[in-house]
Design a protein around this ligand. Structure first.
Ligand SMILES: Cc1ncc(COP(=O)(O)O)c(C=O)c1O
Length: 396
């Protein structure tokens, strides 16, 4: 589907629908009169096939305790296999109500309080919170900023793993917020290191369908034909791809049977709900019939990124914007034009943008903002104009 068709069919006004991004702005930012470019969801309806499937299920009217529909496995596995060559098996898969909730459960059974868990900052901030809230120790490795691209520093990672006796690495691929899609070689080197140092890998691949570039996504599960699978747990969800976070569905993939048993025991202790039938119904339909919808979404994201980069850098060539390999979240370094301590005042109070500020993502984040590109061109363009105008006025 092309961009125009996608926008005509799927763009939707989410104000006054109890949306965090729109209706939660007042509480978060102290004003609802801002361009909403924060929370990582989109301004678009889910694929029509999912709406139709939900309507049919809702019309049935009964919502008692439910199993996973058999068709769900087929739809998800086929999507993963045909698009990315990922082989999955039913016995490996568990369901959750969200990836972050699953990350917490995974740490609870794979580590004990005080154990060291590594993250690569700047990174999606709940990684740090999940570790700290479970009384584990954060070991933050800082990604290396090459301006348009971030890279891993393997030597430093190894040094920190050894020095801190790290037990688990939380990997983010594609990496939110720096928009990298890690290559097969990068992943192979990292996974080999984790194998050597006996560090369990939790690979959060929730953004893996969101590739507004020609980058190829490779799952950690597939590296060297699955050689590292026994030392790994993968989490993802249809929610980020298809804008269904409110439907509370996510996946935990555990190929190693011993790890799986320990996960199941922890889930029993927590008495955690497995998932939500409406999420299953919507997710199954999206995986079966959502490829064209996704092409339309990515066309919008790509054009929004190109617009953002062209217009910000035309006015201020010194602003650095990382390449948008993956995710719909742009990572913009404003430190050359705004002092980090002035960032919030300039971006939020003066330019009226509701964005996520870089410092929230940990080391290396200061001076940056994260802009959600999965919005209408009108919203994005108005926000960019406002930011450029504010920066120009401040310079005059
Ligand atoms: C890397 C990453 N993991 C997990 C999540 C959230 O997942 P969930 O809503 O399923 O908890 C996000 C949301 O932005 C994310 O960026």
């Amino acid at each position: 589907m092309n961009k125009e068709e996608f926008l005509a069919k799927y763009a939707v006004d989410r104000k006054d629908t109890a949306s965090v991004k729109w209706d939660g702005m007042q509480e978060e930012f102290g004003s609802s009169d801002l361009y909403p470019l924060w929370v990582a969801d989109t301004e678009f309806k889910i694929p029509q096939s999912s709406v139709t499937a939900l309507q049919k299920r809702v019309a049935h009217g009964a919502f008692g305790y439910s199993l996973t529909p058999e068709g769900y496995y087929d739809a998800y596995f086929t999507w993963q296999k045909e698009r990315y060559g990922i082989e999955l098996h039913k016995e490996w898969l568990r369901f959750g109500t969200g990836v972050v909730q699953s990350l917490s459960t995974l740490l609870q059974f794979s580590t004990i309080p005080g154990d060291a868990v590594m993250i690569m900052e700047p990174v999606y901030h709940p990684f740090r919170h999940v570790i700290e809230d479970n009384d584990r120790k954060v070991v933050a490795n800082e990604l290396v900023d090459f301006g348009e691209e971030y890279k891993m520093d393997l030597e430093k990672i190894e040094e920190q793993m050894v020095a801190n006796d790290v037990k688990v690495l939380m990997l983010c691929n594609p990496h939110n917020p720096v928009a990298r899609v890690w290559t097969e070689e990068e992943l192979a080197n990292l996974l080999e290191l984790c194998r050597k140092e006996q560090v369990l890998v939790i690979s959060d691949e929730i953004h893996h369908d969101l590739l507004p570039s020609d980058k190829k996504f490779v799952s950690a599960l597939s590296i060297k034909d699955g050689f590292y699978r026994d030392n790994m747990i993968m989490v993802d969800s249809p929610s980020k791809t298809f804008n269904m976070a409110g439907l509370l569905i996510s996946h935990v993939v555990i190929p190693n049977p011993q790890l799986r048993d320990r996960y199941d025991q922890q889930q029993e202790i927590l008495h955690a709900p497995a998932s939500n039938i409406l999420g299953m119904v919507a997710g199954q339909a999206a995986y079966s019939d959502g490829a064209d919808w996704l092409a339309g979404l990515l066309a919008v994201v790509k054009d929004n990124y190109d617009y953002l980069k062209a217009h910000l850098q035309a006015a201020f060539p010194e602003i650095k914007i990382t390449d948008q390999e993956g995710t719909y979240l742009a990572w913009v370094d404003l430190s050359a034009v705004v002092a980090p301590e002035e960032l919030k005042h300039v971006v939020q109070d003066q330019a009226k943008l509701a964005v996520d500020f870089g410092s929230m993502f940990g080391q290396g984040g200061a001076g940056h903002i994260r802009i959600n590109l999965a919005t209408t061109p009108e919203n994005l363009q108005a926000a960019v104009s406002s930011l450029v105008k504010t920066l120009q006025e401040n310079q005059a």
